[in-house]
Ligand binder design. Structure first.
Ligand SMILES: Nc1ncnc2c1ncn2[C@@H]1O[C@H](COP(=O)(O)OP(=O)(O)OP(=O)(O)O)[C@@H](O)[C@H]1O
Length: 257
């Protein structure tokens, strides 16, 4: 069997006296698109920050592509991090940089390409996220919410990652923009053969994208399976989250896409 892209073992996280995670265990296989859901404050963003190496767990192990994320030399950690792209909750674009320079940033940081190559690569990434070359000249403050997400996605894809981590990719978007961003993520995920893990509160996004859903509640992964199976788990959080009228509608709509 191939090595899981993400493997989390016995992960514990404590802030002061408060335990957020108490023994998380899960794996994400290559090509999967996993949605992480959970109540507010259940530790979803914290887990995502740990998966990208920004925060060290109190205890437990995270392996990415079979390699421990923490420990080892700086160059090894850096090489590993280059294999994944991240889209932060609000896009997190550099406000003083143009769209072009935001996307070029990780390419320039690598110090491997000349400016001509960087120019071509940035235009390619803009096209991938369905933006035009002229959008490269805009500043982040001039962009709509949907465009910010697309530029952030283009930047996350700049180094051609194998793993993409998305924190609330559709939050703050109106339903149309949200739908089109979901379609784009799904298409790119398939075309580029990406493994994707996303945190979302949005049932429409989850139902349209996820091959598996991980439910984080009571400090652990309460359920981890296809949506069809997860919604049958008899637990108050799951009943509330998935079986409200609005949720049922989102799940039904997804079946017709
Ligand atoms: N750096 C930190 N120091 C102290 N406490 C923290 C820190 N980061 C997160 N927390 C706490 O850990 C808990 C989990 O936070 P986290 O942001 O991961 O939750 P979440 O599931 O992403 O919530 P939401 O859905 O509301 O964004 C919260 O109680 C939060 O206050």
């Amino acid at each position: 069997m191939s090595v899981p892209v993400i493997s989390v073992r016995d992960l514990h996280t404590r802030f002061g006296e408060v335990w957020v995670h108490q023994g998380l265990n899960f794996e994400v296989a290559a090509g999967e698109l996993v949605a992480l859901v959970g109540g507010s404050g259940s530790g979803k963003t914290t887990l995502l920050r740990q998966l990208i190496g920004l925060l060290t767990p109190t205890r437990g192990e995270i392996r990415i592509f079979g390699e421990p994320l923490f420990g080892g030399s700086v160059s090894r950690e850096r090489a590993l991090r280059r294999r994944f792209g991240v889209l932060f909750q609000h896009g997190a674009l550099f406000s003083a940089f143009s769209v072009f320079d935001n996307i070029a940033f990780p390419l320039r940081e690598l110090k491997r390409f000349d400016e001509g190559t960087i120019h071509d690569l940035v235009l390619l990434k803009l096209e991938m996220v369905e933006l035009l070359p002229r959008h490269g000249a805009l500043m982040p403050a001039e962009l709509s919410g949907g465009m910010v997400k697309r530029v952030a996605l283009a930047r996350a894809l700049a180094l051609e990652p194998e793993l993409l981590l998305l924190d609330e990719p559709t939050s703050g978007l109106d339903p149309d923009r949200s739908d089109s961003f979901v379609r784009l993520t799904r298409t790119l995920g398939r075309e580029l053969g990406l493994t994707v893990m996303l945190v979302t509160h949005d049932l429409d996004t989850l139902a349209a994208l996820a091959t598996r859903v991980a439910v984080l509640a009571e400090h652990r992964i309460l359920a981890y399976d296809s949506i069809d199976k997860v919604i049958r788990v008899d637990h108050p959080f799951i009943r509330n989250f998935f079986l409200s009228e609005r949720s049922s509608r989102a799940l039904q709509n997804a079946q017709h896409r």
